[in-house]
Every structure is written in C-alpha cells, then in structure tokens.
Design a protein around this ligand. Structure first.
Ligand code: NAD
Length: 506
C-alpha cells in the first residue's frame, strides 16, 4: 500500500529517470521498499505524478527522432558493453535483489543471468532486424520489407523477477530503434534501477530509456498516453487483462504475459531420483514465486505411490533468509503475500485435500519477523478446490492422482492457464504424444521449468497470455517494429516509354 511518506536522510529514495537524469519525484505518495526477511525499510519509492509521466514520454519522443536513425552496429555495441557491465556487477546486483525480494543469492544470480542472456541477444540485433527481398515479382519490379521501430514503447513489470523481466523488455525495444519508458514493480525497484544505471554507463543516450514508478494510476496513464505506441506487461492475469484491454482500446500494441498454474506429469517409468529432485526444485524454488513454478504434480497410475518420497525430499529443504548460505526457500515478498498463502492452505484443508506437509509458521532463528512459509504439500487435490484453481504463488505443491496419461492431458487442457507444463518419462512415444496433444505454450520433457533461452521466444498461451507475439527471440522483433513493404521499379532510360497507365497492375 502507498501512503504519504516522504523520504528522509535515513531512508534513501528511489529516483525517476527522465531525459538522462536521475531525479527526485515531486510526488506526495510514497511506499516503503522492505526486506522481506527482516522488515527493514531499505528505501522509499514514489508514485510518480501525471506530469512526471508526461515528461518521461516527451523525453522518449524527442530522443526517438535521432535514435531511430542511429546505425544498427552502434546500437548493437551498446548492448555488447552492457552485457559486460552486468557480468562485472553480478554479485552486487544479486545482493540488492535478495535484500528487497527475498530469493536466495544463487537464485538472484539466476534472475540476473536470464536477463543477461536477453542483453546478449540484443547485441545480435544486426542479424535479427533484417527484412526480406524478392526480385522480379513482376517484370523489372522488386519487393522488399523494412522493419522500422514504432516510437515510444513502455514496459510494466512484476515483483518476482525484478532483473530478468525488465531485461526482457527495454534491451530488445531499444536495440530495434525504439525509445522506452519502464515502470518497475513498486515492491522491489532497486535492482532494476541499478541495471538502468549500468545501461546508461554502457552508452544508452539520454531520453532513450526513462523510468517512472508507481501503481495503478501510472499504469493506466501509460495505457492511455497518446504518444506511447506499444506496451509490454508481465504480471498477474487480473492486471494483465486490464492492461491489454485498456492499451489496445487506446490503439496500442500490447503483449501481456500473465498468471499460471503449471502441471508436472509423472509417469511410473520416469527416472525416479531425477524426477523427484526436479519436482521439488520446481515447486519450492524461489519460494514458489515463479510464473513457471511447477505447482501441480500429476501422478499417473503407480507413480501415486511416490507421495512419501516427494514429502521426504521437501522436508530436506532449508527455510532461511535468502542471503544465508545453504538456504533453499527464502521468505515471500510481503506480509500480505504470506497471509494470502497461509489463507489458501487453510482453504485447502477446508475443501478436503490431504495436508501431507504443513509449512505454516516455520521457525527461522534470527528472522522471526520474516514472511516465511515452508514447503507445503497437499494430495487428493482436484478442480473446484481453491488450491487447484488459484495460482498460489507460494511454496505449496498440490498433488493430483490420475489413472492414465490421457487423463492427465485432459485435466491440463481443461485448466484455463497455458504457461508451462512438464512430463517425466523414459518413453519417447509417450513424450511425443504429450507434446502433440497438450494445449500449453511451453513444454518440458524431463525438464521441469521449460523457459526458452532467448534464441527462441517466451511462448505462454491461452489464459496465461494476451497478444500474439511473445517477449525476446524472433517474435519480439516483430512486436517492436512495423513491417513496411516497398515495391519498386526503376526505368531504364533507354527503354523508357512515355504514357499514362490506367490499369491496376504492377
Ligand atoms: P501484479 O499484476 O500485481 O503487478 C504487475 C504490475 O502491475 C506491477 O508493476 C504493478 O505495479 C502493476 N499493477 C498492480 N495492480 C495494478 C492495477 N490494479 N492496475 C494497474 N496496474 C497494476 O503482479 P505481481 O504480483 O507483481 O507478479 C506476480 C504475477 O506475475 C503472478 O501472477 C505471476 O504468474 C505473473 N508473472 C507472469 C510471468 C509470465 O511470463 N507469464 C512472469 C512473471 C510473473
């Protein structure tokens, strides 16, 4: 929640970035950025004013007139430098991220690294932003395409990957010749701001990248702004649907990557040790606060007997502050998130699921006020129960048992979400049938969290996505550019015939 809280000397303020300057917001509305393991206030973040959003967009619009004509090699070299700076500052970035978000330090490095891979991809823009050419589409006529930047683009990001997801957005938008206004999560904006500082150090010119902070009002301002041409959003289904509707109504392109309920299917022939390790990591890593967390385990046939082994694995996980060595499960991002997850666990019990492992109120010596929930496992879950129907976004693994692979496929295809799915098996035939018939955008075969590397695009589907084109990979080049098709004929003076052609032909 925001409140009228001004920054003071003891608590640093998070700055806006407008036209190359990091400036203090004039807002009267601020919010604390809090360490979720200790409740220490790390900084205060402003809810930027409408005038500040206008100034950011105006700076981006002005910068676009020159940036769009900057040679592609010059744009690429900035991202070559940027990836080096991110590598050099990896430890510092991870420490900031863990302090404000809670995840473990190795996980925080993973968060930065998956974003860094997109920066490396942006450095390859020369071979990505190329058009097509066909000669002699009619006598002496050639047709070719040009992929031109759109103008000012904007990005709105969630709390759970405060490094990776901003890096999904502004590097590719800027590399393709656009300018950008970023609105980071107000819950953990500090690592995002450090990444933005490094981007300027790498050479991004003033006005090309701008940052405003805030909540619903600033997001609505972005959706409505006449000078913003495209909006990328990552976050919950509720907010993403609102952003998609509002931005497209205002004539913008929009891509919204949203909530999930990802199933991991286990066939009895799966390599048991590998599957158990993968299931545990994918359900409880980052305290379950991943859009690709494998939060539902579907045990097929005799694999139902593996429940005691799954519970035994989860019991070995260590719950502690993210910066403590050996931690497996850190705190949830906020007290509100912890209360919500505890409430859903209580609902699961009330709905009749069997609580195999109860992670509520874990003892974490030294961090009594942290937002901790330990690994929690339900069996006997089914559609209609809140723990199955809702995205819990916490360290809660929900087990469903079915008789056959066909039953598993039917269950998953009935679920409205389509972000990720995994199958554990040693049968190539079963894997092939699964990948063919499953209606989910990202499929892992013996891979629990199948997030594609940036050579490909992020391809969540159905209820997990609105808009046709996904982040990074080849798809995002089309999202951030307008294809212009040129059809041309050059007359050779020696054969030129003068006359008026009134027929519709080339
Ligand atoms: P969120 O939807 O609450 O917030 C996302 C952004 O929207 C933030 O910048 C926030 O300030 C803004 N916002 C919040 N409420 C708003 C409102 N009423 N109107 C306008 N803007 C608003 O999401 P979150 O809690 O930060 O992130 C977790 C969610 O994001 C989960 O549902 C998760 O699955 C999803 N997520 C999806 C992907 C994906 O690729 N599909 C990746 C990461 C996270």
């Amino acid at each position: 929640m925001s409140a009228v809280l001004k920054p003071n000397a003891a608590i640093p303020s998070v700055k806006l970035l407008i036209n190359g300057e990091f400036i203090e917001s004039t807002s009267r509305e601020w919010r604390d950025v809090v360490n979720p393991a200790t409740q220490e206030v790390l900084a205060r973040v402003p809810f930027a004013t409408p005038a500040e959003l206008d100034a950011a967009v105006a700076a981006a619009k002005q910068a676009f007139s020159t940036w769009r004509k900057t040679p592609i090699g010059a744009r690429a070299r900035i991202f070559l430098k940027y990836q080096q700076l991110i590598r050099e500052n990896m430890k510092e970035l991870a420490a900031i991220l863990t302090a404000e978000q809670g995840k473990t330090l190795p996980d925080a490095e993973g968060d930065v690294f998956r974003g860094l891979e997109v920066v490396e991809h942006a450095a390859n823009i020369g071979t990505l932003q190329m058009g097509e050419l066909a000669t002699n589409v009619a006598g002496g006529v050639d047709t070719y395409t040009i992929l031109q930047p759109l103008g000012v683009c904007a990005g709105i990001t969630p709390f759970n990957f405060p490094a990776m997801i901003p890096l999904w957005m502004f590097p590719m938008a800027i590399a393709t010749g656009n300018t950008f206004v970023l609105k980071p999560s107000e819950q953990d904006p500090m690592v995002t701001m450090r990444l933005v500082e490094l981007a300027l150090e790498a050479g991004i010119p003033k006005g090309v990248l701008n940052v405003v902070h805030g909540g619903p009002d600033i997001v609505n301002g972005i959706c409505d702004h006449a000078d913003i041409k495209a909006v990328s959003f990552v976050g919950s289904t509720r907010v993403g649907t609102h952003v998609y509707n509002r931005a497209t109504l205002a004539g913008k392109r929009a891509q919204c990557m949203m909530g999930a309920k990802n199933h991991a299917v286990v066939l009895p022939d799966a390599n048991k040790e590998q599957a158990l390790n993968n299931l545990t990591g994918a359900a409880f890593g980052a305290a379950g606060q991943r859009c690709m967390a494998a939060s539902v385990t579907v045990l097929v046939g005799e694999a139902h007997g593996w429940i005691p082994d799954i519970v035994a694995k989860a019991r070995t996980l260590k719950v502690n502050a993210g910066h403590e060595p050996g931690t497996d499960v850190g705190p949830l991002v906020s007290c509100a998130a912890r209360e919500r997850v505890d409430g859903l666990i209580a609902r699961g019990l009330a709905d009749g699921a069997r609580l195999e492992l109860d992670g509520r109120n874990p003892s974490v010596p030294g961090y009594q006020s942290g937002n901790f929930v330990g690994p929690t496992i339900f069996s006997g879950a089914k559609p209609g129960m809140s723990i199955y129907d809702q995205e819990i976004f916490g360290p809660v693994q929900v087990i469903v048992s079915v008789d056959t692979l066909d039953d598993a496929i039917e269950l998953i295809n009935r679920n409205p979400n389509g972000n990720g799915v995994a199958l554990f098996t040693q049968s190539g035939a079963a894997a092939r049938r699964f990948q063919e018939d499953i209606d989910v955008g990202q499929v892992g075969i013996n891979v629990p969290i199948p997030v594609p590397v940036p050579l490909f695009s992020f391809t969540g589907s159905r209820g997990s996505k609105l808009g046709d084109l996904g982040p990074y990979g080849k798809q995002v080049i089309l999202f951030y550019t307008q294809t212009k098709t040129v059809t041309q004929r050059w007359f050779d003076d020696s054969t030129l015939s003068v006359g008026v052609n009134t027929t519709i032909s080339l």
